[in-house]
Design a protein around this ligand. Structure first.
Ligand SMILES: Nc1ncnc2c1ncn2[C@@H]1O[C@H](COP(=O)(O)OP(=O)(O)O)[C@@H](O)[C@H]1O
Ligand SMILES: [Mg+2]
Length: 510
């Protein structure tokens, strides 16, 4: 690898936090790394706890799975590995994100973002049903997430109100994320059709119940059930037992029963949406790609929009990102992943969704190009030549798959000046400094960023150290770390219009 650009690319790839794959064996006790607080939920094979990274002081949710509990059954082990493969691949605003996977002799630990608003299920129980506008707001996010999954050959197989979490406890804030990929799997490459009977009875598609081979359309059925429940507060198919529910699904006719008085005020479009999702024949059932463009969702008021100023800030951040060194962009991606403020993330999410014209949850070159043009508006300083766009795309698309995924976009588009403050740098530094000696060694750097690929190329680390380790003692002190990070980043932020980094709201992690 003598070609300097290829080398740059290789280093950049391995410095993106999301590239850290597979379980890491814990050195020492889990409690040295994470503090555990209360239980957030109980799952089939373990519990989910609220936790905090000891050194980074980042809040998170930790799913703890006892090895003994699953290792008796190969299928459970396979499912767990499926879950993790899928979660490691997935990067979408409406899908829970994982931070790291750890294991010790007895347990697996899946560390993910903490989603603080509780289960959609609980919200339905409290509220009974949602207004049509609110239901559409929730469903439109779910459809985007499902479309993203299906485009990426992932089927979830357990979509239900318990596995949809709200980001906030605020009743007006209906941002949701899909979690629990415990039954998820990739469906291309392997057999297209699956036949394991999985899922929850209330949400199970007729083809699963009939024990027929099935495909990703089973998720659309479940989505139809969720939508029906959101609008009416009742499940479409009733029964006191699994068998009774299955009977009720089998016995139901071709069309959905909207006869209850509570369906009166509900629009035709909403009913059409449900009918297309709850179509018994999976071949005739709508696909996620069709539902994202359904009339019912198109009618939701698009009241959110970015101010001109925010648009220019994002354009500016994208431009800056191209000039960061490998180490800088790696550390910034790490901080963006763990510390970005909720306000900044909201603006970026909106921008990402607006740029994603075909709604598949990732940005193609064309979408980036026209999106950035729109952000820049008439401001020529953020316009690019054709090659300029290519190099922009190149710098953002870290894994070089030809598309910008959500996390890549966030890392590139977030305000670097607001992130590279001393507090966040200190937190990142503490996270990297595993033995808490006050210095980061190459070994410690590897623990954070190493991927299977980088193991093959020891020279990469020498290069990274050369940039940061100014006094050549083979260790990175906080001063060296902060200097490299704040160098250009702060200098470049002279024009920054980001006066209120956190939108004036209290600082929230994530
Ligand atoms: N990231 C998270 N943030 C907050 N709560 C969570 C998170 N992940 C899971 N939970 C809670 O824990 C419950 C069980 O987690 P889940 O992944 O669904 O496990 P299982 O596969 O056993 O159902 C969820 O229904 C939810 O209430
Ligand atoms: Mg669950």
């Amino acid at each position: 690898m003598n070609d300097p650009t290829r080398r740059q690319e290789a280093i950049q790839r391995l410095l993106s936090f999301k590239d850290v794959k597979g379980f890491k064996k814990l050195d020492g006790d889990i409690h040295q790394h994470y503090r555990f607080f209360r239980q957030l939920g109980k799952g089939s094979f373990g519990e989910v706890l609220l936790g905090e990274h000891v050194r980074g002081r980042v809040q998170c949710a930790i799913k703890v799975i006892r090895k003994k509990g699953i290792e008796k059954h190969q299928i459970l082990v396979n499912l767990m590995h499926n879950e993790l493969k899928v979660l490691e691949e997935a990067s979408h605003p409406n899908i829970m994100r994982i931070f790291e996977l750890l294991e010790d002799a007895e347990r697996y630990y899946i560390v993910s973002e903490y989603i603080r608003g509780g289960e959609l299920y609980q919200r339905i129980v409290n509220l009974k049903s949602f207004t049509e506008q609110k239901a559409a707001e929730i469903v439109s996010q779910l459809v985007l997430a499902v479309n993203y999954m299906h485009q990426n050959d992932i089927m979830h197989r357990d979509i239900k109100a318990e596995n949809i979490l709200l980001e906030s406890k605020d009743p007006e804030d209906l941002r949701v994320k899909i979690t629990d990929f415990g039954f998820a799997c990739f469906f291309k490459g392997e057999r297209q059709n699956k036949n394991e009977v999985l899922g929850s009875p209330l949400y199970m598609a007729p083809e699963i119940i009939a024990n027929q081979p099935y495909d990703a359309k089973v998720d659309i059925w479940s989505l139809g059930v969720v939508t029906y429940i959101l609008l009416s507060g009742r499940p479409p198919f009733k029964g006191k037992s699994r068998a009774e529910i299955f009977e009720s699904i089998k016995a139901s006719g071709e069309s959905i029963d909207f006869s209850g008085s509570w369906w009166g005020p509900i629009s035709k479009d909403a009913k059409d949406f449900i009918s297309k999702a709850l179509e018994k024949d999976p071949k005739k059932r709508a696909s996620a790609g069709e539902l994202v463009n359904h009339q019912w969702l198109a009618n939701i008021e698009q009241d959110q929009s970015l101010t001109k100023r925010t648009q220019l800030e994002i354009a500016e951040s994208l431009q800056e990102f191209r000039s960061f060194s490998i180490f800088q962009s790696g550390v910034l991606s790490f901080i963006a992943n763990t510390k970005a403020s909720a306000y900044d993330l909201e603006q970026l999410k909106l921008s990402f969704l607006q740029m994603d014209v075909n709604k598949d949850g990732r940005l193609s070159f064309e979408e980036v190009k026209s999106g950035v043009d729109k952000l820049a508006g008439s401001n020529i300083s953020f316009r690019y030549s054709k090659t300029g766009y290519l190099s922009l795309m190149h710098s953002i698309d870290k894994d070089r798959n030809g598309f910008v995924d959500y996390q890549e976009f966030i890392s590139a588009a977030i305000s670097k000046a607001s992130l590279a403050n001393r507090e966040n740098l200190a937190s990142a530094f503490r996270t990297f400094d595993r033995d808490q000696s006050g210095l980061i060694s190459v070994e410690e750097l590897k623990c954070v960023f190493e991927s299977a690929e980088s193991k093959k190329d020891a020279g990469l680390w020498v290069e990274i150290m050369r940039e940061v380790d100014k006094n050549g003692d083979n260790m990175i002190s906080f001063e060296e770390f902060a200097e490299v990070m704040q160098n250009k980043i702060i200098a470049q932020s002279h024009v920054s219009t980001r006066t209120q980094t956190n939108g004036g709201s209290p600082r929230v992690i994530y």
